[in-house]
Every structure is written in C-alpha cells, then in structure tokens.
Design a protein around this ligand. Structure first.
Ligand code: SAM
Length: 237
C-alpha cells in the first residue's frame, strides 16, 4: 500500500519520539508505560499486595509497569480485544470488555477479591468523526466505572482515559457520584495535541461502596452503539 504523507509524518514522529526510544531501550512494550509511571510516581496508585485490573491492556505497557512495581506481591489481571504476548506476573484474557462473557471471565479470575486499582486505557478505533469517537470512548469509560462500583476496594482508585469533548463533563459528573475525589492527569508522554486526558478517581463514596450490585448496570445513555462489535485498537495519544 502506498504511504500517504500523513502516515509518513506519523512514522517520522514515532521513530524520533523520545518516549518510543526510551521504551525500546528500557524494555517497555509501549510509550504509554511512561504515562502510568508518571501518574503513579505522583499518586502512588500501585500498592503492594493489591490486585490491579488493566482494561484495554495490549500491547502490555501498563501491565508491565504494574507487575514490575508490585514486585510479585499482588496480581495483575489484564484484558484486551487483541492478543497480547505473555508477561511475567500478568494474567491475561482476550475478550471484548463490552461483552458479558468477557466480564464474567474477569470476575472469575478475581474469585471474589476486590481490586485496589482499576486501569482503563481502552480506546476505540478512531473513526475521525469526533461525536462517534467521543461516544465510544465514553461508553468504554462508563463500563470501567460500572466495574469499579462492583469490584473496587473502598479505598481503591480508578485511572481512566477519556477524550475532552462532548460527554466529557457528564462523565466527570458521574465519576464524582462514585468517588470521594476526582482529578485530571495529563502526563508528559500524552501528546499535547491529543484530546486524551486521564481521570483519576480515588476512594469510593460510602453510598457507592454500600450499593454494590451484581451484574452489569444499564447501558450507557450517551453511546448509541452500545454492545456492538468491531471496536478494535487503538488510539495512543
Ligand atoms: C491505547 S491501547 C492500550 C495501551 C496499553 N495501556 C499499553 O500501555 O500498552 C488501547 C487498547 O484498548 C483496547 N480496547 C479497545 N476496546 C476494547 C474493548 N471493548 N475491550 C477490550 N479492549 C479494548 C484496544 O484493543 C487497545 O489494545
């Protein structure tokens, strides 16, 4: 296939990107690893002994950081639509997090334990139609939040990728109904021009911790194609 000017420019930017070079030198699978490291250095999210759930984990950069920082004391459970090469200390499920079947498999791995940290770097395939991309990422983020309502420890944390734009404020409001504190994070490794931003929710509000419900809570009202398939990788901002 003939390379377009845009894909050539992307490739040039990618190979000269300092985080890409660092990831290669330090043995990380993605430049995204540095986003989590920077946020964790500041917020101390990865705590020894915890179970960490990584939603949208492939190629594995965040799972690698989580496993390395847990140093064998704790578990990392990862899920992605795409296959992921095995990683020491990471239990991986290939599946679509929007589907009940994949959720059940993840819950089976948890075996009744609660997570200390839920990470969601899930991104839909970017279509270039902002309203549609926005609705799809909001849907994925909303499913991650539902998961936290049921499976997070009361003092746990949820780090989730969102795009600024339509639906963003609604999602922040929803986060605030669940967490005692909600902050935004835009790590250096997140490209400045990208609309990507991370939201960090910490400590479940008492009423959320008390009202844990089995099964998935209702469909996301902002997502018209909830439950549809074909939402592969990936938007790496
Ligand atoms: C930006 S990448 C994640 C990068 C990862 N944090 C890392 O450090 O290597 C986003 C991932 O979300 C996954 N994803 C998107 N929709 C998903 C879904 N419905 N279920 C599971 N994974 C999904 C994509 O397949 C893709 O691998």
């Amino acid at each position: 296939m003939k390379r377009t000017r845009t894909s050539k420019a992307w490739m040039r930017e990618h190979v000269t990107d300092p985080y890409v070079q660092r990831a290669r030198a330090e043995g990380y699978r993605s430049r995204a690893s540095y986003k989590l490291m920077e946020i964790d250095d500041r917020d101390r999210l990865i705590r020894p002994g915890d179970t960490i759930v990584d939603l949208g984990a492939a190629p594995g950069g965040w799972s690698q950081v989580a496993a390395r920082r847990l140093k064998g004391n704790g578990r990392v459970l990862a899920i992605d639509l795409l296959e992921m090469d095995g990683l020491h200390g990471v239990e991986f499920i290939r599946g679509d997090f929007r589907e009940e079947r994949a959720l059940r498999r993840l819950e089976d791995l948890l075996a009744g334990a609660r997570a200390g940290l839920v990470l969601s770097d899930m991104s839909p395939n970017i279509s270039g139609v902002p309203s549609s991309d926005q609705a799809r990422i909001a849907h994925l983020a909303g499913l991650g939040l539902d998961f936290c309502r049921r499976w997070l420890k009361p003092d746990g944390a949820f780090l989730v990728k969102m795009f600024q734009g339509r639906g963003y404020d609604d999602f922040v409001r929803e986060m605030k109904t669940v967490f005692a504190s909600v902050a935004t994070r835009k790590p250096d490794a997140s490209r400045g021009r990208s609309a990507e931003v991370y939201l960090l929710g910490k400590s479940l509000k008492q009423e959320s911790a008390a009202a844990r419900m089995p099964g998935r809570t209702g469909a996301d009202p902002i997502c018209p194609d909830a439950g549809s398939r074909g939402n592969g990788a990936t938007g790496n901002g």
